[in-house]
Ligand binder design. Sequence first.
Ligand code: CUA
Length: 168
Amino acid sequence: MQMTILAITLVLMAVVAIVFSWVIGQSTQESGAKSAEGAETYRTKLLVGMAVAGLILTVASLEPWPHALAADAQSVHVDATGAQWSWELVPNKVPAGKPIVFSVNTTDVNHGFSVYDPSGRLLFQAQAMPGYTNHVSYTFDKPGKYEINCLEYCGLGHHNMTDVLTVE
Ligand code: CUA
């Protein structure tokens, strides 16, 4: 499903790029020699500069991808399964200071797996989707009780869909 969405996105981006370059080509032909050549050159340089800057920014911001998995021997694995209206965490006790890799899944409808620190601050969340397992990695610095909530409205018992993850 996600690969299909990616493919559609890439095709649509290619279409936009083709239309865009066609429009630029047309405008260059029509402007002719009469237009202010200096402004034209400046505009082209500005456009190329912005495109290069955009490319660099895109690549640079992909570097610290937040969902990259720390799947080394040190990491601990937790299965987080949502169902109307509860979470099942196996195990529900994890150590502090080690990367915890959560495999987030659901047995029925969409749920929003979210983890809050003891002061009630949202640390991270991942979508629980039918037929698909989302992975998210997080390292807890301090021991404590971390509340699990559902961030996707999933029916009458949505507000009661909470659990606790103990970090030791
Ligand atoms: Cu599960 Cu809302």
